[in-house]
Ligand binder design. Structure first.
Ligand code: DGY
Length: 331
């Protein structure tokens, strides 16, 4: 069968696909333009796409024979899953293999912002360092501080693990329901978001982007946070109202922020890049060689499994299985 891959990804998954199928990878290493995406989807039996590809009704309708949409990401807010489900198309993702990489990156951001590493680096490279000073780049110690984790799933737990065991931090968390194993393992206190915002020294976001989490943190929430607190986001940009964040950082309403994701990605809200108390990375939290290769393998395996008329383990809309498509039963 024919597989269309919207951008170059680590070779291992492509090789895996080529063992069974004909594979076309979009030839340029850029986000695929809409017309090329449409053309690729029309040609293919299966689509391997990225979080930068908007897979909406038009794309899905472009090929009534499309058998699977395999997202090269754990998040899938770029896909109209509801619509794909009405068309009985399985949508798959790549969970699990990103957990450690994203948790490590979150901790790297947390430490960097607390200890002002990028500012210190620039200062030193610019030869501004003239000798040891008692007050130079004073930061915030982590030991004994409270980390508020919003979302206690795999990545939230990975962050808690490192924060508690590695740095002696205390954890508060919020989620749609209590997570008893998480509480026991990390001695974490369950609390509503408002209480976390009022009490935490660091707040780290680990929620998917849903209508209910869009602008979860905005002006009202910044006003609840401690003036000494830091906000870390490695989830999805629109979870934060970025304009309100710029204002909170500019007025020192909070001490700082570290972001790997942006509301209007890849664009930054005006003024964000000018602030000293924010650290920005270009959506690279999962960017380790190990993780990106594992994601490639899983995205490929999801396609292979579904094209063998079996259920793929990492299907986000499992309700498609057991249904009918074009009059034929689909596994
Ligand atoms: C994902 O997989 O959702 C991540 O954001 C990619 O880094």
């Amino acid at each position: 069968m024919k597989i269309f891959v919207t951008r170059k990804i680590p070779e291992s998954g492509i090789q895996l696909l080529r063992k069974y199928h004909t594979v076309k990878v979009y030839s340029k290493d850029t986000v695929i333009p809409r017309k090329d995406l449409l053309q690729g989807v029309r040609w293919a039996d299966a689509l391997l796409c990225l979080l930068t590809d908007k897979i909406d009704k038009t794309i899905i309708n472009a090929n009534p024979k499309l058998k699977v949409i395999s997202n090269y990401a754990v998040g899938y807010d770029n896909i109209d899953v509801k619509y794909a489900t009405t068309k009985k198309i399985p949508v798959t993702n790549t969970p699990g293999v990103l957990t450690d990489a994203v948790a490590e990156h979150t901790i790297a951001l947390l430490m960097s912002v607390a200890r002002r590493i990028p500012e210190s680096d620039t200062f030193t490279k610019k030869k501004k360092y003239k000798g040891w000073e008692p007050m130079l780049f004073l930061g915030t110690q982590l030991k004994g501080k409270t980390l508020g984790i919003i979302g206690s799933g795999r990545i939230g737990a990975g962050v808690a693990e490192r924060a508690v065991r590695g740095m002696g931090m205390n954890v508060m968390y919020s989620d749609i329901k209590r997570n008893i194993p998480f509480e026991k393992k990390y001695k974490a206190k369950y609390a509503p978001i408002t209480r976390i915002l009022k009490n935490a020294d660091f707040v780290s976001l680990h929620v998917p982007l849903l209508p209910s989490t869009r602008h979860l943190i905005g002006k009202k929430e910044f006003n609840m946070m401690k003036k000494t607190a830091y906000l870390i986001n490695t989830s999805r940009g629109p979870v934060i109202d970025e304009k309100a964040l710029v204002s909170a950082l500019r007025t020192k309403r909070i001490a700082g922020a570290a972001l790997d994701v942006f509301e209007f990605e890849p664009k930054l809200v005006k003024g964000l890049e000018k602030l000293d108390n924010v650290i920005l990375t270009p959506h690279t939290a999962s960017a380790t060689i190990e993780t990106r290769s594992a994601m490639s393998d899983i995205a490929a395996q999801n396609i292979i499994t579904i094209l063998q008329k079996k259920k793929a383990k990492f299907t986000v809309n499992t309700e498609v299985y057991g249904g009918y498509k074009n009059g034929k039963e689909i596994f």
